[in-house]
Design a protein around this ligand. Structure first.
Ligand code: 13P
Ligand code: SF4
Length: 310
C-alpha cells in the first residue's frame, strides 16, 4: 500500500495555520523561509496595524518579544504566540521601567516619547509611542513649549531632534546591530559605489554622516517602498540584512549591497520554520500583558495612531 509523502515544513505550517485560525505576521528581518510562509511581512508599524485589524483568532508573531507584546496590546481578545520566548531586543533592554520613572521625576513637565522598541511597561510610563516611520510626525504634533524625553534609542532621538529642532533629551540606548554601522563604513562604501542610492535606518550609529550622505533615512517598510519606486538600479542598505530577501524578491533586476554583511540580529534569527511549526502545534509561547499595564501602554499607542498622517 502506498503512503502519502510527508508534507514539507512550509506546507504543514500552512495546513496548521488554517486549522488554528492563525495569521502569521513576520518582520522584515526574519530569515527568508519564514518570510515566505507569512501572511504579512512588514515593519513594526505595519505589523501592529495588521495585528489590530486581523479577524484571525491566533496571531503567530515572527519577530521579537516587544513586537509580540505590541500585538497583544492591540488585539487583546486574540491569542498571540511567539515561537521563541527569548527572542529579545538589545535596544528595548537598555531601559527598565524604574529608570524611566526616575528620569521622569527629574523632569516633571516633560512629555515622554517611547520608540516602539521598548517593553510594554516602558510604554505604559510614556505619553506617546512612535516607530521609525512616524517618530518625526509624532514629535511635531506635541506642544512646542514642552521638553521631550525620548527613550530608548539615542540615534533615532537625535535624528528626530535635528529634523524638528525640538528640545529632546536622549536616553543613551542603542541597538547592538545598528550601532556597529559607523561613519567610516558608509564613507568607504559610498566611495566604492558612487552611483548607488543610499538607504539608512534611523537606528544606525552612522547617522551623523548619514545625514550628509543618505538619500533616504527611513524604516524598513520605507526602504522596501523606496526600492520599488526608485529608478535607481543599485542600493546601499544600512540595516539588518534580513531585509535583502524581500528587496531581491521585489526587484530581482536591481542590485542591493549591505553596508555590513554581518549586520544580523541574532534575536530575529532565532525563529526558524521548525519552531514556527512547533509553536502552532503546541500553541506556545503565549505572550500576554497584565491588564493594568496594557491599559496605560495602549493609551501611548493610541495617541501615536491618532497623530495626523501616521
Ligand atoms: P522597523 O520598524 O523599521 O521595521 O524597525 C524595527 C527594528 O527593530 C529595527 O531594528
Ligand atoms: Fe532590536 Fe536591534 Fe534586533 Fe531591531 S535589530 S530587534 S533593534 S536588537
Amino acid at each position: 500500500m502506498q503512503t502519502a509523502p510527508p508534507l514539507s515544513l512550509a506546507a504543514e505550517i500552512q495546513r496548521l495555520k488554517k486549522e488554528r485560525d492563525a495569521v502569521l505576521l513576520a518582520h522584515n528581518y526574519q530569515i527568508g523561509e519564514v518570510q515566505d510562509v507569512a501572511d504579512f511581512v512588514g515593519d513594526s508599524l505595519a505589523l501592529s496595524q495588521q495585528a489590530a485589524k486581523t479577524s484571525a483568532r491566533v496571531i503567530l508573531f515572527c519577530g521579537v518579544h516587544f513586537m509580540a507584546e505590541t500585538a497583544a496590546l492591540l488585539a487583546p481578545d486574540k491569542t498571540v504566540l511567539l515561537p521563541v520566548l527569548d527572542a529579545g531586543c538589545s535596544l528595548a533592554s537598555t531601559i527598565e521601567v524604574m529608570q524611566l520613572r526616575a528620569w521622569k521625576k527629574a523632569h516633571p513637565d516633560a512629555l515622554v516619547v517611547a520608540y516602539v522598541n521598548s517593553t510594554a511597561e516602558v510604554k505604559a510610563e510614556s505619553d506617546y509611542c512612535c516607530t521609525s516611520s512616524n517618530a518625526v510626525k509624532v514629535v511635531e504634533s506635541l506642544p512646542p513649549d514642552r521638553e521631550i524625553l525620548f527613550v530608548p534609542d539615542m540615534y533615532l532621538g537625535r535624528f528626530v531632534r535635528e529634523k524638528t529642532g525640538r528640545k529632546i533629551l536622549l536616553w543613551p540606548g542603542s541597538c547592538h546591530v545598528h550601532y556597529k554601522m559607523r561613519d567610516f563604513d558608509i564613507e568607504r562604501m559610498k566611495k566604492d559605489h558612487p552611483r548607488a542610492e543610499f538607504l539608512v535606518h534611523p537606528e544606525c550609529g552612522c547617522l551623523s554622516s548619514a545625514l550628509r550622505f543618505a538619500d533616504h533615512i527611513v524604516s524598513t517598510g520605507g526602504m522596501l517602498r523606496r526600492v520599488k519606486e526608485s529608478p535607481s538600479k543599485e542600493f546601499l542598505v544600512a540595516t539588518e540584512t534580513g531585509i535583502l530577501h524581500t528587496m531581491k524578491k521585489q526587484c530581482p533586476e536591481k542590485n542591493f549591497i549591505p553596508i555590513s554583511e554581518s549586520a544580523q540580529c541574532e534575536f530575529m534569527k532565532k525563529i526558524t520554520l521548525e519552531n514556527v511549526l512547533w509553536s502552532l502545534q503546541d500553541m506556545k509561547h503565549r505572550v500576554t500583558v497584565p491588564p493594568e499595564v496594557a491599559e496605560k501602554a495602549r493609551r501611548a499607542i493610541d495617541r501615536m495612531m491618532a497623530v495626523p498622517g501616521v
